[in-house]
Design a protein around this ligand. Structure first.
Ligand SMILES: [Zn+2]
Length: 487
């Protein structure tokens, strides 16, 4: 029996009963726009409160910076290329099992509240294993079809699902918010800066809009968390002492503040680990000792980040710099001490960790690790890639593109990141250069060859699965167009 299996047994014995498990994901959410990851704006008081009670991972990356590829890699715990989901508009093949199916098989009630068009059932087939997969949104704004559902509606439906769930079963919920995805809508009640817009540079205006989308989403997540965490049930678990692994990062990737958009009042710059005086209502009201009474697991994550004009690019999907690849990743669970850790984690770990936290075994073929029971070593090699963000209009062209090689590949190991771009590779040392501005490829030719070899090896070992193309209607194309995906 391996360590993870022993852990799973011990963990389920500790819990006594199966925990409720929530995968809480936000589309296009850069880690560094959350207070708990060093954002200077007060964007995320509610996620920060969750972070203060969670184990926060400072070094997490997605597999491919696109919604359907990334989320399917998390739920199937396999690399997007292996399941043929390298782009949006490609479906999860029938033979691939997901964690939702495993939860369902284990007697869980499973539900998902969806908000991104690319994750609709007919486009992604990612609904498998869910008793309820609510992707019924079809909104028009100013005559344009919206590709996303807004956060207030996501929270409302999620709360309805929680209220109406069968009480005799534990539940697995995947709740996905999409507001930070383009097009950015400005929420003036969540304005991060007071400077008049007239005096703002283009980058400032975009960052301000994006930050207000994050803050709007956070407020809605707060309403959901209030219910989830006031509904705490089950046995008393360990006290949240502050003995988690100490932070290897100061929570900042250094990419903020360079555009002078400031305006912070300083209240959002938490490191996410103090937790003082910021407990949830139940803890304040009914449990002043701060002891954990819940039987609830929450894994908070984003599917990818967003480039906000860094490297002269706005969006995601077409590059693999860290603004797009780095994601927030935190685990709130009974017996898990809050804190921070710098162990290197990745998208495929989400599925294995969710199952492990419920005392369930990983499914055959799953490649991720349970990051709690089996933390990856500091030298873990992580290959990431992207196949381009656009979905072509014509079915024939879509088929050809599904089989095309990656546009970019990169590898991250021991703090170094190599991005392969044909004849001109880029090499960065992330601990000193998180914004990826100082390309050291010319000075470090041996390191470049060594890291290229790591990618080649991964390529050999990680075979590509066949892609299954979704048939797109006019509405699908218009919604994808609104999200910036159609070419
Ligand atoms: Zn996305």
């Amino acid at each position: 029996m391996n360590l993870a299996a022993v852990y799973a047994l011990l963990y389920s014995a500790l819990l006594g009963t199966a925990p409720n498990v929530v995968l809480l994901s936000v589309d296009t959410l850069r880690a560094d726009f959350l207070g708990c990851y060093g954002c200077p704006y007060p964007t995320s008081p509610h996620v920060d409160r969750l972070a203060a009670e969670s184990l926060v991972f400072d070094d997490a990356v997605c597999e491919v910076p696109l919604t359907a590829p990334s989320m399917s890699s998390m739920l199937a715990s396999r690399y997007p290329r292996m399941i043929g989901m390298t782009r949006n508009g490609l479906r999860l093949p029938a033979g691939i099992q997901t964690v939702a199916q495993e939860f369902q098989n284990a007697g869980y009630f499973t539900f998902c509240v969806q908000s991104n068009w690319t994750l609709k059932t007919k486009l992604s087939h990612i609904d498998r294993g869910f008793d309820v997969y609510d992707d019924h949104f079809h909104q028009k704004r100013w005559g344009i079809l919206k590709g996303e559902r807004s956060a207030d509606e996501v929270t409302r439906i999620a709360l309805e699902c929680l209220r109406d769930r069968p009480p005799e079963k534990p539940f697995f919920a995947w709740i996905h918010y999409s507001d930070p995805h383009a097009p950015y809508e400005f929420h003036k009640q969540f304005a991060p800066a007071n400077k008049p817009r007239l005096f703002m540079k283009r980058t400032e205006t975009v960052r301000r809009k994006y930050a207000s989308e994050v803050a709007f989403t956070d407020a809605q997540i707060g309403l959901l968390l209030d219910v989830l965490l006031s509904d705490r049930e089950g046995t008393e678990a360990a006290s949240p002492d502050k003995s988690g692994e100490s932070g290897e990062s100061d929570g900042s990737d250094g990419s903020d503040g360079s555009d002078g958009s400031g305006g912070s009042d300083g209240s959002g710059g938490s490191d996410g680990s103090d937790g003082s005086g910021r407990g949830y209502p139940l803890r304040e009201r009914g449990d002043p000792a701060g002891r954990r009474r819940d039987n609830l697991v929450i894994l908070f994550v984003a599917d990818h980040g967003e480039s906000l004009y860094e490297h002269d690019y706005l969006g995601h999907g077409r590059r693999i710099y860290h603004h797009e690849m780095r994601i927030p990743f935190m685990v709130y669970a009974p017996g898990i001490a809050p804190g921070r850790t710098g162990v290197p984690v990745r998208g495929v770990d989400v599925g294995s960790t969710l199952l492990g936290l419920a005392g369930l075994q990983p499914l055959p073929g799953m490649l991720g690790v349970n990051v709690i029971a089996d933390p990856p070593p500091a030298g873990r090699v992580r290959v990431v890639e992207t196949y381009g963000g656009a979905v072509p209009k014509l079915p024939g062209a879509r088929k050809r593109m599904a089989a095309a090689p990656p546009q970019f590949q990169g590898v991250i190991a021991d703090g170094w990141k190599l991005i392969c771009d044909g004849a001109s590779p880029e090499l960065y040392y992330l601990p000193e250069d998180p914004g990826e501005l100082d390309n050291r490829a010319t000075a470090e030719t041996r390191r470049v060859s060594g890291m290229k070899a790591l990618i080649e090896r991964w390529d050999r070992e990680t075979r590509r699965g066949a892609s299954e193309e979704a048939a797109l209607t006019e509405d699908d194309l218009r919604a994808l167009e609104a999200l910036g995906y159609v070419e």
